[in-house]
Write a protein that binds this ligand. Structure first.
Ligand SMILES: C[S@@+](CC[C@H](N)C(=O)[O-])C[C@H]1O[C@@H](n2cnc3c(N)ncnc32)[C@H](O)[C@@H]1O
Length: 275
């Protein structure tokens, strides 16, 4: 069953207004397939009925969560786009160390963290850096709009095959491997370094107190149109300290010259001070 054109358009308009995610006609089949599963789970007769339910005033919080899950793509992996982690290791962390004082804490934000592989990769890179540097402190905030993805992220449990891109020595250091199960879990010392919270990048303001040294906001701009990309990037800049770095996905680009950002490498930008 494919959602009718009228209902699909209504749904797409609502989704785009709330999440920024563009749902062109080409995605109607994919979205319908996902809604079909929810329709069956709720025991409803048709996806049209489901669509009307989630768009109605009476929709429950869980219906909204399910809808977000139905339209978000949570694809991610450990050490995805590995050049970014090299840049962090080789340039950004040594630079930060040079200009930091005693007691300073490095702050990082993974702003569309999906099921957690990106912030845990960051935690591994930082833990490795800190191992040779007594007193090195860092904190990682990881946010996403999808509550289901965040739930998985908080658990820190993954299938072993999902961790195959991780260097072997990091796997043995940072993963708990139970025998006779296909699952592994991130060690508690690393899980404690990452704080997960729901956050919609479309919100006017983000409830964040401190500016960050590094923001990863990768592979989410592709779902937004150009004006939304520019608006979100401008907001991210407000939470990035001058001298800090913003990473976006390899297939993404920021073309707005008004932003206080200078490109310094593949999909990485330095935040400059505004005049
Ligand atoms: C493809 S994943 C990218 C995950 C990770 N950053 C990476 O590069 O591997 C895109 C994520 O963006 C999230 N997302 C989409 N729209 C969002 C929004 N408006 N606010 C926050 N997160 C959003 C989705 O839930 C999804 O988990």
């Amino acid at each position: 069953m494919v959602l009718s054109t009228a209902n699909y358009r209504k749904l797409a308009r609502r989704i785009t207004a709330e999440t920024g995610i563009q749902l062109p006609e080409g995605k109607r089949m994919m979205v319908s397939g996902r809604l079909q599963r929810r329709t069956r789970a709720l025991g409803l007769n048709s996806i049209e009925e489901y669509c009307e339910l989630v768009l109605s005033e009476g929709a429950k919080a869980q219906d909204r969560t399910d809808l977000i899950d139905a339209v978000t793509t949570n694809t991610t992996e450990f050490f995805r786009e590995p050049e970014h982690f090299d840049l962090l290791r080789q340039k950004i962390l040594p630079e930060w160390r040079q200009r930091s004082g005693p007691g300073d804490r490095m702050t990082l934000w993974s702003a569309a963290c999906s099921s957690g592989q990106e912030p845990y990769t960051l935690a591994m890179v930082l833990a490795e850096f800190g191992a040779a540097l007594p007193g090195f402190c860092y904190r990682i905030l990881a946010t996403d709009i999808s509550k289901t993805a965040l739930q998985k992220a908080r658990s820190g449990i993954y299938e072993r095959r999902q961790t195959e891109r991780m260097p072997r020595e990091l796997r043995s250091k940072y993963l708990l491997q139970a025998k006779d199960t296909p699952l592994v879990r991130i060690v508690p010392e690393l899980r404690r370094q990452v704080v997960f919270h729901p956050l919609n990048l479309m919100d006017t303001d983000y409830p964040l107190a401190e500016p960050f040294d590094v923001i990863f906001c990768r592979n989410v701009f592709i779902y937004f149109d150009r004006p939304t990309q520019a608006a979100v990037a401008a907001k991210l800049c407000r939470y990035l300290r001058p001298g800090g770095y913003l990473f976006i996905g390899h297939s993404e680009s920021l073309v707005d010259n008004q932003l206080p950002l200078v490109s310094i490498g593949r999909s990485c930008y330095l935040r400059i001070a505004e005049e």
